[in-house]
Write a protein that binds this ligand. Structure first.
Ligand code: F6P
Length: 540
């Protein structure tokens, strides 16, 4: 399944662990940390030794990662199961970069939509574009789900210090509570809705959009729909059918995957929040990472290295999950964003050849530190499964100097966690600590095993100067390309998502059963039982 050199390296890693690598090479941090400008990727707290790293880089070559990367940038239809190019990189390119989707230039169209977005965002922010009664928009509600929600929602939170436009809210769940709670307290006269859906058929989004439409119509009349709604979609005819005017509709293209769409018009609510200039800085950050990914040698290439380490932990070290822990509260939605990016891309059971793959991508999960420390870190330190952790942290906060103490504590905690995971605590150390704390020898003997940390648990740390638009752009692009690299190592297509279809179909079929219009007779026993219980509970 993979080269002997990697199998040998994995066996060696199991035996010697991480700490001995630091003993063998006092300069290990220098050798195993990599940079793109101020963005630092520290891989030294993994069990990858120099031979393992070089075997992994050879493996990337063998799996033709560079050729596939170049094919993606050249606009080839690398999304083979859907027959599409994969060109989100063109959305953050410079004018004149010459990107082509399947031979057709895309740069002018990208620039044109960006320009329309810019004019619209400026008009909303300045009040030049206002509601039906002449009042400026104070609140913008984005209605979308998955890639049409997670990216801009995550980024709006991440870039809060740059927020100087109207309030921006996000509604995604078909649970009526989401839209109800969001519009409570909002004034229809000053609220603009953006309906964001690549297909404009997603049931959650269309249901929420209709509810929002009813809310506007009830208060302001049918004519107000034109001024209080805007849309982002590739399905322009469906948008028109909904009643949203063409000059408030922003398009994108089938070569932009939903989970890669934040750089497109799907980023409109973010642009409205932070302004077109900061949005451009965000795009420029993504582009910088693209250039790095395209040109840096494999052994210095951050997305390649992060992909190789991810593959190593998943396949060679057999770890089924990985945790992403930003020690950066404003990245609190980053793990959720990465869950879609990573798991919708690489959660596949067959390879590009249609044959089963031995292993696919890991479960990605996480929460910000330090909160996670007081919740699930117990398992990461002492549970029976090894969970590789990816820590992210900014050297500088945005808060005033008076709050420096917070940032110092945050960073100390971040580094302490990776240190603790690696060094652990032996039985003898635990026993000694207990005795020093006044325990009797019997007590120390009994309690010590519970206070042992096995250590030798791997982590990766990413440090950056500050979470600004450029850095957020670089981080997202880094993870996008990492997912791409891993997919190539697994041999799967990262760009389709057939796995979400079955549930959607069944949900559609079950609606009349839940409402009682159709009998649950032919369904499985559990479904019949649950539907009957819902109907009884609804009646009582
Ligand atoms: O159901 C999965 C999915 O297709 C995602 O890939 C996508 O981001 C999301 O649904 C939303 O789709 P749309 O933008 O078409 O509403």
């Amino acid at each position: 399944m993979y080269p002997d050199a990697i199998a040998t390296a994995a066996a060696r890693a199991e035996k010697i662990g991480i700490q001995s690598l630091f003993k063998a090479d006092p300069k290990r941090f220098e050798a195993m940390s990599f940079r793109q400008d101020d963005l630092l990727l520290d891989l030294s707290k993994t069990a990858i030794d120099p031979e393992a790293l070089s075997a992994l880089i050879d493996f990337a070559r063998e799996r033709k990662v560079e050729a596939k990367r170049d094919a993606m940038f050249a606009g080839a239809k690398i999304n083979e199961t859907e027959g599409r190019s994969v060109l989100h990189v063109a959305l953050r390119a410079k004018p004149g970069d010459g990107f082509k989707a399947d031979g057709e230039p895309v740069g002018d169209a990208v620039q044109a939509v960006r320009w329309e977005m810019t004019l619209f965002a400026d008009a909303i922010r300045s009040g030049a574009a206002h509601g039906a009664t002449g009042k400026a928009f104070t609140d913008v509600v984005n209605i979308g789900i998955g890639g049409s929600d997670l990216g801009p929602a995550m980024a709006t939170l991440a870039l809060a210090p740059y927020h100087n436009g109207p309030n921006v809210h996000y509604v995604s769940n078909v649970d009526g509570a989401h839209i109800a709670d969001t519009i409570t307290g909002l004034d229809p006269e000053t609220t603009l809705f953006i309906v964001a859906s690549k297909t404009f058929t997603t049931v959650e989004t269309m249901t929420n959009a209709r509810t929002a439409r009813d809310w506007i119509v009830a208060k302001l009349g049918e004519d107000a729909v034109e001024t209080h709604f805007s849309a982002v979609s590739t399905a322009l005819d469906q948008v028109e059918a909904f009643g949203i005017s063409e000059d408030r509709t922003f398009g994108f293209w089938d070569w932009v995957g939903g989970r890669y769409s934040i750089w497109s018009a799907i980023g409109l609510p973010l642009m409205i929040a932070i302004g077109p200039e900061k949005f451009r800085e965000f795009l420029a950050g993504g582009h910088e990472m693209d250039e790095h990914f395209r040109s840096a040698p494999l052994g210095e290439n951050l997305p390649i290295l992060l992909g190789l380490v991810g593959w190593w932990h998943r396949v060679a070290m057999d770890c089924p999950t990985r945790a992403i822990i930003p020690y950066d509260q404003r990245l609190s939605r980053f793990p959720a964003y990465l869950q879609q990016l990573d798991m919708e891309s690489n959660g596949k059971r067959v390879g590009l050849d249609g044959e089963p793959v031995a292993v696919s991508g890991p479960v990605a999960w996480g929460e910000p530190g330090t909160n996670g420390q007081h919740a699930f870190f117990q398992l990461i330190h002492q549970g029976t499964d090894v969970v590789p952790v990816e820590f992210l942290a900014a050297a500088n906060a945005h808060e005033s100097e008076k709050m420096t103490v917070h940032q110092d504590l945050l960073l100390a905690n971040c580094i302490a966690q990776s240190e603790a995971l690696m060094i652990g605590r032996t039985l003898e150390e635990a026993r000694r600590q207990l005795l020093d704390g006044g325990a009797t020898p019997d007590e120390a003997q009994r309690i010590a095993p519970h206070r042992v940390f096995p250590g030798e648990r791997p982590s990766v740390t990413m440090l950056y100067a500050q979470l600004d638009p450029r850095t957020l752009g670089r981080l997202i692009a880094l993870y996008e390309h990492r997912v791409f690299v891993e997919a190539q190592l697994f041999g799967i297509n990262a760009f389709d998502q057939w796995g979400v279809e079955l549930g959607k179909e069944l949900a559609k079929n079950l609606v009349p059963v839940v409402t009682g219009e159709q009998d649950a007779g032919s369904r499985d026993g559990s479904t019949r039982g649950l539907v009957a219980a819902i109907q009884t509970m609804r009646r009582t």
